[in-house]
Design a protein around this ligand. Structure first.
Ligand SMILES: Nc1nc2c(ncn2[C@@H]2O[C@H](COP(=O)(O)OP(=O)(O)OP(=O)(O)O)[C@@H](O)[C@H]2O)c(=O)[nH]1
Ligand SMILES: [Mg+2]
Length: 363
């Protein structure tokens, strides 16, 4: 479910490809110049070549800058996810460098044009054009790291999930194999979408269900919590914080059957770590794989079985209630102390009808 804006981003060419494309086009443009006088023809050709090459590069680079969404225009969730995936600082700097290069190339073309118009010999025209090509190439090579970064970032960002943070988001966390993806599947209307997540080979499941025409989106966090927090690097920590602080509610799933391979003890210590990390969202603790449990854990509030569907509908209601998205905007509900002054209302109907109604009321 990569958001459409990433899909529409044009392929990022390698620096040498950009130059080849620009110079090829420029040569074709030069061939179109017609002038019987060689001196004037060559002069026009050389001007045309630098202009055309600069145009192609300028347009290519500027299109990238324009097509990449401005970070400020994105939702908090998307920004956090991009930060975790590619780094928002590098994102800004790379686009800035590319924009700078586009401006430089345009300037070189202008300078080269004035120079050629001042020169008086054919060899000089050629030399000026070669000089301009050299400067343009060196600018493009100078931003090579940024261009390559952009190409790689595009491939990562195209695979990122997109979540509409204006609508409720439920994040499902827990140790590996506890049944996070299965729970999302059981709660989803239709098949959940699957996307890969940066840094892991694991797959991220995204599902949703509709309640009162409102989509409730669900995201799981595979591979993010399968190591102790202190062993994680900064980027992973950001990813965890992003995913878990942005949703409306965090579901922490515990597999007390321990068939997922993590002991109950370890799962509970992970829960403590997550509680420290997720301070601004409600956490709902639920037990998965109820069909495999020999005894019901004492503190189990929600017992779920993703396979048979046991407990799933009640759990859905709990999620809806906890998020409370419907509570505030029911336009038909009236404040509790609302009342009508009986006498303030004009009775409806003719005088006769009003009398009749009064009499009927009295009987
Ligand atoms: N018996 C039973 N098995 C379940 C249930 N829920 C999940 N499973 C099984 O548990 C295994 C792990 O489930 P997943 O949903 O992939 O677990 P996960 O937490 O998403 O795993 P990771 O994404 O790898 O961390 C799968 O083999 C599921 O079929 C359940 O309610 N009952
Ligand atoms: Mg999973």
């Amino acid at each position: 479910m990569a958001s459409p804006q990433w899909r529409s981003i044009p392929t990022v060419l390698f620096p040498q490809e950009i130059l080849d494309k620009a110079f090829r086009k420029a040569s074709k443009q030069a061939d179109l110049v017609e002038d019987p006088d060689k001196y004037h023809r060559v002069r026009k050709q050389m001007v045309r070549m630098t202009q055309s090459a600069a145009d192609t590069i300028d347009t290519t680079l500027r299109t990238w800058v324009d097509k990449w969404p401005s970070l400020n225009a994105l939702s908090e969730f998307d920004r956090a996810l991009i930060d975790a995936a590619v780094g928002n600082d590098d994102y800004r700097k790379s686009l800035g460098a590319i924009q700078w290069a586009a401006e430089r190339v345009r300037k070189i073309s202008g300078e080269s044009e004035s120079k050629i118009l001042r020169l008086r010999d054919i060899e000089g025209f050629h030399a000026a054009r070669r000089h301009a090509y050299g400067r343009i190439s060196s600018i493009v090579h100078q931003i090579s790291p940024q261009i390559i970064w952009l190409g790689e970032a595009r491939d990562i960002l195209r695979k990122l999930p997109s979540v509409d943070s204006a609508e409720p988001v439920i994040v499902v966390a827990g140790s590996p194999n506890v049944g996070k993806s299965a729970l999302i599947g059981a709660l989803s209307s239709g098949e959940p979408e699957v996307a890969s997540y940066p840094f892991t080979t694991k797959q991220l499941h995204l599902g949703h269900f509709i309640h009162r025409r409102r989509p409730y989106q669900m995201v799981d966090t595979p591979g993010l919590l399968d190591r102790p927090m202190e062993e994680r690097n900064l980027i992973e920590m950001q990813a965890i914080a992003a995913l878990e602080n942005v949703g409306d509610v965090l579901v922490f799933l515990i597999d007390a059957s321990e068939t997922g391979g993590t002991s109950l003890h370890e799962q509970l210590s992970l829960l403590r770590e997550v509680r420290n990390l997720v301070t601004e969202r409600p956490i709902i603790i639920a037990h998965s794989k109820s069909d495999l449990l020999n005894e019901i854990p004492e503190d189990a509030e929600y017992l779920l079985c993703a396979i048979s569907g046991d407990g799933i509908e009640e759990f859905r209601n709990t999620l809806i209630e906890t998020i409370g998205a419907d509570v505030i905007d029911d336009p038909l509900s009236l404040p509790e102390d609302w009342h009508v002054e009986e006498m303030a209302l004009e009775p409806l109907g003719t005088k006769y009808e009003i009398e009749q109604r009064k009499e009927m009321g009295n009987n």
